[in-house]
Design a protein around this ligand. Structure first.
Ligand code: ZN
Length: 813
């Protein structure tokens, strides 16, 4: 990625007085740099660190840049005035100001999610999703009301209930360690609730498939408050920079983030309003409320946390919680890329469990790559001090990503995968977080079949996995590793087997270990295996697991795969859970499985994939599942070797030989160089006839370099010359040619279809742009199927219903 230079066509280090003069006495001059209308996003250079921290505590800035001596925040005229009085120098961030001012529009064709941000479900959509999960997984999920939003307390027909999603297998009734997390307490922080929602979906969808997801649901109580501030979130979903709840009792006017509302994350009772870490002005962005826990949202979370998290620490400021403390609490925020530890009320005062809290933060930050540390300025009355202060559990503010209104591509590609791993670790280790975080992480577990009666488990154990960006943790050699089958090692009655080091010696902090498994001792079926390692200080670390599948030659699914229409045999991949096979030249397959219920998936190149849902297989049962696959055929193909071929383009879009996926030519928005400023240019396909096309699929090869977060290529389509519908967007860098493929059901059977690529750029920072090659629209349909041949007919005689064959024969022309 290229580095982005700050946009200093803007006046650097402008003193406010000078700026005010320019803006208000000579607006023409001011127009050259500062937008006339606020709010503005500025870098506020503090006169000294002490003043910087004090103001940050009141203003809740967006970003802290301690090395450069400024923080970034959104300001109105009053706030600018005040900052200048306090000795700050202000510098405009034009890009962020423009982005803040951009009106929030739905993406063309967007049917769900926050307008402009389809990856983030709204409050209503999130609540519906949770209800659906409970209905899909009744033994594993519960959705419970724990209180009301402020608006609901004013009028039962307004506002929202505060809900908690409880994930745990209710069929297993042992005492379970608790993991509790809340999100979106600051409502403009879009990524937070969606991360938690996706995490819940990930766990539930992988129950019985992924061994870790399975044991975490079996042996943990997971409580997720997806929307801690739903009233505020509804405001933020309109594009407002709304942070607080919507309580207007003490401040009734103003523009978000100042204005009505209580900052719920300054309203918690532990050290509430103690130390200048919140504001006493009702309209301020960090207003702490009229009293500790004055807000119904705060009360709901406090009451629920007290119900489910065991109290393991005296509520003073000096008593440590015991090393074997149970439970973890996370408050998910954005943005900044931080794991912030207690104390918030006094960041320079080490908490009594300093070592344990810092170590655990470094462990979490290893997974998401964030910076573990303390708050920049004091933060009092926040959740992390409450949960650690009252209960003694490790408790953090996690600051996701790089923006409040984060682009979906960054969320999907980075924030989500990194933080799902972070949350998995937190839940694995919540039985004794201060202890387990000392021990090695177990990962990369794998099972290999070694003949009929034997198998082998290998896994990696690493004692060194901590973030190192702000301090380091000691680590030791691995000295022992163990394995249990069926139940995790912490369940009474499980019998651990020793694993041995693959290199023959325990002499390193990073070891691969293995153990042979005698399959004759296990019955036919899927058996979870758990591994755990211990370091030289005697600390057992986190567990990882996988399934061993013991197959029987009398338990399988079999059948024949043929092409619909022609009945020709098809060589296809057949998959059921972890099991996979390929059909032979005659289309026949046999897939050995463990007893269970499977979604049986059939995939073959140039055929529409098919899934047969809920195929049940019992021990010693042979189940038959025949399938007919619909062939795809191309309705339009262009490798761009034949010239324009009906495509039209404006701006600098052109066919060139600069960079191609195949052949000699491909399209580029700007052959031979970067795209330029403020482009809105198009490459439009000819009108395409998809009459009789079903299951329409669009694919092409592409690579791109588009300024992250600002410049885009949009993929859009239209029908019958109507409005363009946005299907997808490309942003950031993909430096290799990759195949893009998507189904477009809206185009099925349409006789007048166009596809276009739309380049949009802003005023600064440019990239190489977009390259496009080998464009194909394919689908299924009557014109794709071959007639049945007599050879195939005779060959398939035993397999097919004779009546069907007679009717087919009668249909021959
Ligand atoms: Zn926040």
């Amino acid at each position: 990625m290229k580095t982005k230079s700050p946009q200093l066509t803007i006046l650097p280090f402008v003193l406010f007085q000078v700026f005010a003069f320019l803006l208000f006495t000579k607006p023409v001059l001011a127009n050259e740099s500062w937008p006339e209308e606020g709010p503005w996003v500025v870098k506020a250079y503090y006169p000294n660190l002490e003043k910087g921290r004090a103001m940050a505590s009141l203003l809740a800035p967006w970003e802290f840049h301690q090395n450069e001596g400024y923080f970034l925040l959104e300001v109105n005229m009053d706030l600018m005035d005040r900052l200048v009085e306090e000795g700050f120098q202000l510098e405009l961030d034009l890009k962020k100001t423009e982005k803040l001012a951009a009106h929030r529009h739905s993406i063309p064709g967007q049917r769900a999610g926050i307008p402009g941000y389809p990856c983030y479900r709204t409050v209503e959509e999130t609540y519906l999703m949770a209800q659906q999960l409970v209905s899909d997984y009744p033994d594993l999920a519960e959705w419970t009301e724990i209180g009301s939003s402020w608006e609901k307390t004013q009028d039962p027909d307004q506002g929202y209930p505060i809900m908690v999603l409880h994930l745990s297998n209710r069929q297993i009734t042992v005492q379970k360690p608790v993991f509790m997390a809340i999100s979106a307490i600051h409502s403009r922080e879009y990524t937070t609730a969606e991360l938690m929602s996706r995490f819940a979906e990930y766990l539930l969808e992988n129950y019985g498939r992924d061994a870790d997801a399975t044991w975490l649901l079996d042996y943990r109580d997971i409580y997720l408050v997806l929307h801690a501030n739903p009233d505020g979130r509804k405001k933020a979903e309109t594009g407002l920079s709304w942070r607080k709840n919507t309580n207007s009792d003490e401040c009734s006017s103003g523009t978000a983030p100042d204005g009505p509302g209580i900052d719920l994350n300054r309203n918690f009772p532990f050290q509430w309003n103690c130390c200048g870490g919140s504001s006493s002005s009702p309209c301020s962005v960090t207003y702490h409320g009229s009293s500790a826990a004055s807000e119904p949202e705060t009360q709901a979370i406090i009451d629920f946390a007290r119900l489910v998290i065991p109290d393991q620490r005296a509520d003073d400021l000096v008593s440590p919680a015991p090393l074997d403390t149970v439970g973890v609490f996370l408050d998910i925020h954005s943005y900044g890329g931080d794991v912030l530890w207690p104390w918030g009320y006094s960041p320079s005062t080490p908490p009594p469990n300093e070592n344990g809290l810092y170590r655990y933060a470094r462990k979490l930050a290893y997974f998401n790559g964030y910076n573990p540390g303390g708050s920049f300025g004091a933060v009092d009355g926040a959740t992390k001090d409450f949960a650690y202060g009252e209960f003694g559990v490790p408790s953090y503010t996690i600051e996701l990503g790089t923006a409040f209104f984060q682009d979906c591509s960054v969320f999907e590609n980075t924030i989500l995968p990194d933080n799902i791993q972070m949350m998995l670790y937190a839940i694995k280790s919540c039985s004794a977080p201060y202890m387990i975080s000392k021990g090695p992480n177990a990962h990369s577990i794998a099972y290999t079949q070694m003949g009929q009666a034997q198998g082998k488990i290998t896994a990696t154990f690493d004692d060194s996995l901590y973030a190192t960006s702000n301090g380091t943790e000691p680590y030791q050699n691995i000295v022992e590793t163990r394995l249990t089958i069926g139940t995790p090692p912490f369940i009474t009655g499980s019998t651990p087997l020793n694993m041995t080091p693959v290199d023959g010696q325990w002499d390193h902090y990073l070891e691969q270990a293995e153990a042979d498994i005698d399959l004759t001792s296990l019955g036919v079926g899927s058996h979870p295996v758990f591994v755990q390692g211990k370091d030289a200080d005697g600390n057992w670390g986190s567990i990882t697991s996988c399934f061993i599948h013991v197959l029987s030659d009398t338990t399988y699914i079999e059948g024949t795969i043929r092409e619909e229409g022609s009945y020709a045999p098809v060589t296809a991949t057949v998959r059921a859970g972890d099991f996979e096979t390929t059909s032979d030249a005659g289309g026949a397959y046999r897939l050995y499985v463990t007893p269970g219920t499977y979604d049986l998936e059939f995939t073959a190149e140039n055929y529409r994939p098919e899934t047969v849902m809920a195929v049940q297989v019992q021990e010693n049962q042979a189940v038959t599942s025949n399938i007919y696959l619909k062939p795809y055929c191309a309705f339009f193909e262009d490798d761009f070797e034949q010239g324009l071929n009906g495509w039209t383009a404006d701006g600098s879009w052109a066919i060139s030989d600069e960079d191609v996926h195949a052949g000699t030519y491909a399209w580029s928005d700007s052959p031979g160089g970067n795209y330029t400023a403020n482009q809105d240019t198009y490459l439009v396909s000819p009108i395409l006839d998809l009459t009789d096309a079903e299951d329409v699929n669009l694919s092409f090869w592409c690579k791109f370099d588009l300024e992250t977060g600002y410049d885009y290529v949009y993929l859009e389509y239209r029908i019958d010359g109507g409005s363009w519908v946005r299907e997808d967007s490309f942003n950031g860098t993909q430096s290799n040619w990759e195949l893009y493929s998507t189904t477009l059901p809206a185009l099925n059977n349409q006789s007048n279809v166009q596809i276009r690529f739309y380049l949009h750029s802003d005023g600064s920072v440019f990239g190489d742009g977009f390259h496009l090659d080998d464009f194909t629209l394919k689908g299924t349909g009557p014109s794709c199927s071959q007639e049945m041949s007599w050879e195939v007919l005779l060959e398939s005689w035993p397999t097919f219903n004779i009546l069907y064959m007679i009717s087919s024969i009668n249909n021959q022309p």
